[in-house]
Design a protein around this ligand. Structure first.
Ligand code: GTP
Length: 346
């Protein structure tokens, strides 16, 4: 059984970080999320991966190659135009085993696959949708199920009192290959809006099972930040690189921390980071590898990716910076989301 990772979307809501980067390659705790997913699934016994790519596929291919470095195999299903979440699966058909797993590669999760697979084997249907329970179901497609877990319908954005459950599609599926015959090959098709409702109408055996553990999609800037604060607060168990040198202070290798620097937990500093004297970093900050931070800088609730340079006396709060960003001295920035091109969005 192989796993198909859907990683071709445009990531519009996470622009400008995703201007030239597939969203699943966004760093989570200083490592591309897609790498976390692959490592996690490999630990659960998955050896063979297919990645469905479209938006800047070279960023994924250059990073992972054929997967050898991770002890796995990777094949790439390339799309000539955006195919949507079901169209991308159809496009990858030739690479897929008779039973396979599909993962939306922008979902940050810690799934334990076994209960999902066991449930799938037992019910004997064609699809098992991993479900997650949310506090407020009014913004989602909520499932109604029978006692055996079969999905009867999706209710789109219900009013709270009309929601049949708090369970929503978690973007992780076990599928039998025969369901691909329900997906037209030549156009964009959404699995949520088109394929699952069709399969349910045709009584094709679509079941749902609640997955336990952490779940959050990284689709918006707020949720992207939130995932990091959850990592730093150890709400989830995602690996944090570096040594925990004080409670809630993770420090990478070869860092040069100047005199009078204050690291306020929780904070994660990558490898080879330089921080100039009297700067204050944290709380809630993630500094990528090879960043250089000047003197008297203040940085809180901010995530910066590798190789950023922040000059003296600049104050940052609630910012997200992509790779290689250079920021001049004495700037004050709040809620700036920027990449190297200097595009700024509040
Ligand atoms: P937004 O543009 O911000 O809505 O993001 P998105 O379209 O990249 O992501 P969305 O949440 O809609 O999709 C969920 C997952 O499916 C993400 O991991 C996407 O990369 C992936 N995805 C969405 N559309 C496609 C597609 O046409 N092809 C492929 N290969 N993957 C897709």
């Amino acid at each position: 059984m192989n796993a198909l990772l859907l990683a071709g979307g445009l990531g519009t809501r996470l622009k400008p970080l995703t201007e030239t980067l597939p969203k699943p390659m966004a760093l989570i705790a200083n490592r591309p999320w897609l790498e976390h997913v692959i490592v996690h699934l490999k630990k659960q016994g998955i050896q063979n991966f297919v990645i469905a790519v479209k938006h800047h596929p070279e960023k994924i291919q250059n990073h992972f190659g054929n997967g050898e470095k991770w002890g796995i195999t990777i094949q790439y299903a390339m799309e000539d135009s955006l195919k949507g979440t079901a169209g991308a699966i159809k496009n990858a058909e030739r690479y897929l085993d008779d039973r396979f797993i599909v993962v939306n590669a922008d979902i940050v999760h810690e799934i334990d696959l076994n209960p999902l697979l066991e449930f799938h084997r037992k019910h004997g249907g064609n699809v098992t949708i991993g479900l997650t329970e949310v506090d407020d179901p009014t913004q989602y497609g909520v499932v109604q199920q029978d006692g055996a877990g079969r999905i009867l319908r999706f209710v789109e954005k219900p009013r709270l009192e009309e929601a049949p459950s708090r369970r929503i599609n978690a973007g992780i599926y076990v599928m039998e290959k025969k369901v691909l015959s329900f997906i037209p090959p030549d156009r964009e098709v959404s699995i949520e809006r088109e394929t699952f409702p069709l399969l349910i109408t045709r009584n094709a055996g679509v079941y749902g099972k609640v997955i336990s553990g952490y779940w959050m999609d990284m689709g918006t800037k707020d949720r992207y930040r939130r995932i990091h604060w959850d990592v730093l607060n150890r709400v989830n168990n995602l690996p944090i690189p570096g040594k925990e040198s004080g409670k809630g202070i993770w420090l990478g290798k070869n860092c040069d921390i100047g005199p009078g620097v204050l690291l306020i937990p929780p904070v994660l500093i990558g490898d080879n980071v330089v921080i100039g004297e009297r700067s204050i970093i944290g709380p809630f900050s993630v500094i990528g590898n090879d960043c250089v931070i000047g003197r008297n800088v203040r940085c809180s609730e901010t995530i910066m990716w590798d190789r950023c340079k922040i000059n003296d006396a600049t104050h940052l709060s609630n910012c997200i910076f992509g790779y290689d960003l250079e920021m001049g001295s004495k700037h004050i920035l709040h809620e700036a989301v920027m990449n190297r091109m200097g595009v700024l969005q509040a």
